[in-house]
Design a protein around this ligand. Sequence first.
Ligand code: ATP
Ligand code: MG
Length: 250
Amino acid sequence: MTDIPKSHPRYQSLVLREKLVEGFGSGLVVPQGLIAHGRGEMFDYLIGERTTKEARAASRAAAATILKAKRPVISVNGNVAALCPSEVAELAVAADARIEVGLFHRTDERVRKIQKTLEDHGAEDVLGFLPDAAIPGLDHLRALCSREGIFSADVVLIPLEDGDRAEALAKMGKKTVAIDLNPMSRTSRNSTVSIVDEVTRAIPELRKNVEDLDGDAKGIKNAISSYDRDENLAMVMKAMSERLGKLKER
Ligand code: ATP
Ligand code: MG
């Protein structure tokens, strides 16, 4: 990794870039993933590169939704595996969820590498290598999934998911929890719960909320009933435009 001085004002952001570049070098990340990250960075800039109160509320609702699930699954792609594999493994333990590699640009080799990275960071029994089912409505490779995992899941956590796959999962009647910095993406607008936050901040926050709400039936109920996705996304967009207004005044 390139040496990044901790004092650099964009230290965190540069570290994430380095992780993706490294992941690209080792075959976890595809070039398209680097571009998708750039789109995410732009939105992160607009929310101030921190977990907003809207993201915290969405994260509580997400944790509650996952705790109520019978078969929760975390779908992991190359960017997520390159950025925060240990955090995904820890969330899976806290939420008693399966992990499945779900790729838009699928090759067996990349699935294998992502699976190995996750397992090297503590994840167990990662699914996705030998798909035996398909998500209806998607073309061949994009549809592939595991019967034991995503296909029969009732709640799927989809960090950085493509809009088409997110919609197809919703059409199967599943609840989806998105982590996506773009409040306007189809993924954000079509998921049951949408957390607008950077994935390396969002996953640990979600784990904390899962641990906190576990066994607290009243807390779970409150977190869900007080969350309204469209209202939450509208507040995020308002905060972004207010921040732009302030930057303009300076
Ligand atoms: P959609 O297809 O859902 O309408 P999109 O085209 O913006 O939206 P994709 O390019 O398919 O989405 O997927 C990438 C999404 O992931 C982007 O919306 C981007 O904002 C988001 N993203 C990228 N990197 C991160 C990250 N590190 N943390 C959170 N979100 C991210
Ligand atoms: Mg898209």
